[in-house]
Design a protein around this ligand. Structure first.
Ligand SMILES: C[S@@+](CC[C@H](N)C(=O)[O-])C[C@H]1O[C@@H](n2cnc3c(N)ncnc32)[C@H](O)[C@@H]1O
Length: 211
């Protein structure tokens, strides 16, 4: 279920400025193959937040074929350069991402890792300016423990699917993924070191500042 009225979603996507043809092709591919990407409105918001914070070091958990990575990489380049860590456990997706980001002229600011994302973040040398979480939902709480140790003070945690197509509102939904999103939300909310809001764009984007 798409929580946003279709005309609101289409309006917000339509407000995103023209983007490189390759990015639009990836959106079409995602629609064709039913692959979950953050989409233009959320992608552009991630780009905006990255520009706004001047972030140079971004770590992405659960990267796919490089769509969300491209929004962060473009912003990091415009901020003066740095690195965006692309992490996915699927080799084919990692290779597809390399091709896509090269075609977009962004591969020079991306570091590619094939493996489990939380483990990869655990081994990575932080601190990061922004950490974006988009892994399988049941692992969101586990990711939060590591994210908290790898984000700089004053850094931003972004997390997708915080509304989980409305499943979080269904008290009968006790699936691992839904329970994990509820727990993740509760823990961020309860911890005064996070100043956060869930932006109801597409499937809900958490924006949390590490105070
Ligand atoms: C929601 S999709 C990613 C979409 C991407 N962020 C975008 O918007 O373009 C999540 C991807 O990460 C992979 N993934 C999920 N959990 C993961 C984990 N714990 N470690 C590594 N990859 C993971 C999935 O197989 C999938 O390819």
């Amino acid at each position: 279920m798409n929580l946003l009225a279709p005309r609101v979603a289409a309006y917000l996507d339509g407000l995103v400025p023209p983007r490189p043809a390759r990015l639009a092709e990836l959106e079409a591919e995602a629609r064709r193959t039913d692959f979950p990407i953050i989409g233009p409105a959320t992608g552009h918001l991630c780009y905006l937040l990255t520009r706004l914070t001047g972030a140079r070091r971004v770590f992405e958990l659960g990267s796919g074929f490089g769509y969300s990575t491209a929004w962060f990489a473009r912003a990091v380049k415009e901020n003066g350069g740095g690195s965006v860590h692309h992490v996915v456990w699927d080799e084919d997706l990692s290779h597809a991402a390399r091709e896509n980001l090269s075609a977009l002229g962004l591969a020079d600011v991306v570091e590619f890792h094939i493996g489990e994302a939380v483990d990869t973040l655990t081994r990575a040398v932080g601190p990061f300016d922004i950490i974006f979480n988009d892994i399988d939902k049941q692992d969101y709480p586990k990711a939060l423990d590591v994210i908290a140790t790898k984000l700089k003070a004053g850094g931003l945690l972004l997390a997708d699917n915080m509304l989980w197509s409305g499943r979080i509102f269904n008290a009968r939904d006790r699936s691992r993924a839904t329970r994990a999103i509820r727990e993740f939300t509760r823990r961020v909310q309860a911890d005064s070191r996070w100043i956060s809001a869930v932006i109801p764009i597409r499937d809900g984007l958490l924006v949390a500042y590490r105070a």
